[in-house]
Design a binder for this molecule. Structure first.
Ligand code: NDP
Length: 387
């Protein structure tokens, strides 16, 4: 099987690498990264990749040096990333963080690949387009987000018309029991510490603010074609159940597993087979109890905003994600507070309500990018006023 990994040096990328290096039936086409060229070069050598690409032009000399004498092709920049996605591969991991992951995923689908989709921003910003592209090229998307992989697995052999609801779980993050006053003062160090999952910095902070769950609610709607009212989130601090599917006969099928992304990645890699994976097995007696609680949309407004975005449809997902990325950058830079992130996203969406583009159907990548750009500008202006 020919594989490519986009975002190979990140958290999902490393878990993917760990599974790939255990296989002897894999031919690695392309590996891509950002600034961590040392690690990218190590991975490329170990997997004997044809091509290694850094997203940044200024990182090209370092990558070239690190791969000197290896016979591995080296390239840099956005166009090189897209060209890498156009190289024929059977299985492509989409694990770049943020909206930057959108175009490479599209190009991989256009050559008929199976896209293992970790980059949730792709479905949030351009869901209808992505699903259309998949059908047009007889390609396939396999969800890698643990919740969506769980739903996908619970649906094997089932009729989607028999689904009453889907419940995705949220750990509640590090601030689960915190008051609004405390949340307002939450620091970057506190926000980037997740109780259960080891993930990249951005998704970890998004988990603390519940923007990650908000993106996942939208992702669920886009991937499974459900109505917003059919999709729920519940706080489950142990992160053992990843999602549940409720059917019209009242049955609720839960997917359980240790919080280890190699589970969902491995499922997508081995699909439609199930093969052994190096993940911990659950000891239920030792776990003892699993608990659940309703999320609080007052302390975590991201969930309420996600509902609005799902109702608005059109380009609202692209605007929401772009504003969220700006807000996150501002919080990481120490310019705005933790709760200001949701306020900034809400102001941005509210101000774009008068723009007819917000709710117009998603027809092209260009219109998605235009809304992304517009929302970044609006959010940037509000952020400057807030800082
Ligand atoms: P990381 O931040 O750990 O890794 C991101 C990867 O993307 C790195 O390889 C990074 O390169 C690269 N990258 C960063 N910016 C750019 C850019 N502008 N252009 C091209 N490449 C870039 O992220 P995660 O692995 O945590 O997350 C990746 C995606 O998967 C996200 O969409 C996230 O929401 C999703 N996801 C992650 C989960 C997790 O457990 N981590 C779970 C479910 C979904 P470098 O580091 O070399 O600069």
């Amino acid at each position: 099987m020919r594989v490519s990994v986009f975002g190979a040096t990140g958290s999902i990328g490393e878990s993917t690498f760990d599974l790939l290096r255990r296989r002897d039936d894999i031919r690695t086409v392309a590996l891509t990264g950002g600034r961590n060229v040392t690690r990218l070069a190590e991975q490329a050598r170990e997997l004997r990749a044809e091509l290694a690409v850094t997203a940044h032009d200024d990182c090209y000399p370092a990558l070239k040096d690190a791969l000197a004498g290896s016979g591995i092709e080296v390239a840099a920049g956005t166009e090189a990333l897209i060209a890498a996605a156009e190289r024929p591969a059977d299985w492509v991991m989409s694990a770049i963080v943020g909206a930057a992951g959108l175009v490479p995923g599209f190009r991989a689908l256009a050559q008929g690949a199976t896209l293992a989709l970790a980059n949730k921003e792709s479905l949030v910003t351009a869901g209808p387009l992505l699903m259309r592209e998949t059908a047009r090229h007889s390609a396939r998307i396999l969800p890698v987000d643990s919740e969506h992989s769980a739903v996908f697995q619970a649906l094997v052999g089932e009729d989607i018309a028999a689904v009453e609801r889907v419940i995705i779980t949220a750990s509640g993050g590090p601030f689960r029991g915190w008051s609004k006053d405390r949340l307002a003062k939450a620091t970057l160090a506190q926000a980037q510490t997740h109780p259960n999952w080891a993930m990249g910095q951005r998704i970890t902070i998004d988990s603390a603010s519940m923007f990650n769950k908000a993106l996942e609610l939208i992702e669920t709607r886009e991937y499974f074609g459900l109505e917003p009212a059919q999709i729920e989130a519940v706080v489950h601090p142990q992160s053992i159940i990843h999602a549940l599917v409720g059917f019209r006969d009242g049955a609720l099928m839960a997917h359980m597993g240790a919080p280890d992304m190699r589970h969902a990645i491995g499922y997508a890699l081995n699909w439609p087979e199930r093969s052994e994976l190096p993940v911990a097995r659950l000891d239920l007696a030792q776990l003892g109890q699993l608990s659940f609680e309703a999320p609080d949309p007052d302390r975590f407004p991201a969930l309420r905003l996600a509902r609005e975005v799902m109702e608005l449809r059109g380009h609202a997902g692209a605007a929401f994600n772009a504003a969220k990325e700006v807000a996150l950058d501002q919080f990481i830079a120490g310019r705005i507070g933790f709760l200001d992130m949701a306020a900034l996203v809400e102001r941005t969406i509210d101000s774009l309500l008068s723009d007819s583009g917000l709710t117009s159907p998603v027809e092209s990548l260009e219109s998605v990018m235009a809304m992304d750009q517009m929302a970044r500008e609006v959010a940037g202006r509000f952020a400057a006023a807030m800082a």
